[in-house]
Design a protein around this ligand. Sequence first.
Ligand code: ATP
Ligand code: MG
Length: 455
Amino acid sequence: MTEPSAQPKGRILVVDDEAHIRRVLEVMLTRQGYAVDTAENGTEGLNKFAAEVYDLVFLDLRMPDLDGLTVLSRIRQADPDQTVVMITAYASVETALEAMKQGALDYIGKPFKEDEILVVVSKAVERSRMLAENRLLRTEVAERYDFKSIIGSSPPMQQLFAVMRKVADTKATVLITGESGTGKELVAQAIHANSRRKDREFVAVDCSSLVETLLESELFGHVKGSFTGAHQTKHGFFELANHGTFFFDEISNLSLNIQAKLLRVIQEREFMKVGDQQKINLDIRIISASNSELTEAIRKGTFREDLYYRLSVVPIHLPPLRERKQDIPLLIRHYIDKLSHKMKKSRLDVSSEAMDILTEYAWPGNVRELEHTMERILILEDTDMIRSGNLPTFITQRQGELQMFSEEPVSLEELEKKYISFVLKRTRGKKTEAADILGINRKTLAAKIQKYGIV
Ligand SMILES: Nc1ncnc2c1ncn2[C@@H]1O[C@H](COP(=O)(O)OP(=O)(O)OP(=O)(O)O)[C@@H](O)[C@H]1O
Ligand SMILES: [Mg+2]
């Protein structure tokens, strides 16, 4: 190997069985300031490639042991970004084209001209520098984002992290849907925490807990005397969230009146306090969340379609825990570690039987239910190994379905009645949640509750 004393312009490997070609390329490229290694057959070439990082590999197509295409495919398997240029006699241009299809950057024909070679080399080295920089940037980007608070390694969670990474630094509105307890608010906070707005406010407003008549002044603020009871000027949530992130929770509960106003604010990027003439410029990132798909609400006319599109530039759906069971053991370990640390207990183990039962359970309340369940076990059970006997009965009874079917057979109506009562009990009487689980709307559920006299 010939190594010039100054920093080489790039590292090049020449793989060719013809000594003359190796020699010509080596002399020519070394003179130009490149560091050159040579190999006289495919096997030696692959060994050198495995031991050193090259900006460019020159690869002869026709060689006695491994032919060029085989070496090319091995190289690309090891590093799909490796820049490779084929060397070929004029007769095999077709094969060279085939090599380019398989990822070679270019090819040069034998015999070759020096200036032709130098153009190809500088192009190739520049490309590999650029790829290396991109790679560095990609790892830096990956390290910069921190989604540690969100536990999960299942494919849907990995996909979630990828979307969050892409969206965090933008201003795009995000609509997060998912059942109760799947982590919608957690994801919204993590997007904020990984954005440039992280040092500004994250303002969360639960649209279902706000009184309609006050919502407008809560959101926009009001000036003193603008209505009875407005004793002093108040800054609304929008003003508090300015330059930060605004999280609209339970967005489907916004009244049509407020939806219209919100749409105007988003379009015009400015708003006024109630009773004020002065416009305030608005720079907020809006993230919204909903337990249910809004499409049904749009169909029924309770949610504006135009607002929906404004709010859901990037839609994120959080799958229920039962659809990503491989995350359950991770979450269990996470909560055991977290809670035992908090309770100053030693680290607990979980028997494999107990872990299986916990993984098989349907977790209708998702991660929140799992968190509460683990907390309850840690408080109540005095053990250093959680076994199936330490689990609450509603889990060991496998959610009660089996229990239901083990009784005397009943009519469908009777079964429906029992099942609705069961789900209501599980949601602690929360009808919206129960309707969600049952896949019917609240009105239908209310009608059935009345029909069956469920209390
Ligand atoms: N992937 C996760 N990793 C760790 N903790 C999680 C995860 N998902 C949810 N949690 C935790 O579960 C609890 C519920 O999450 P969160 O409040 O974000 O759910 P949600 O979807 O907003 O529920 P709801 O619709 O009922 O408001 C929180 O304590 C949250 O920290
Ligand atoms: Mg929530």
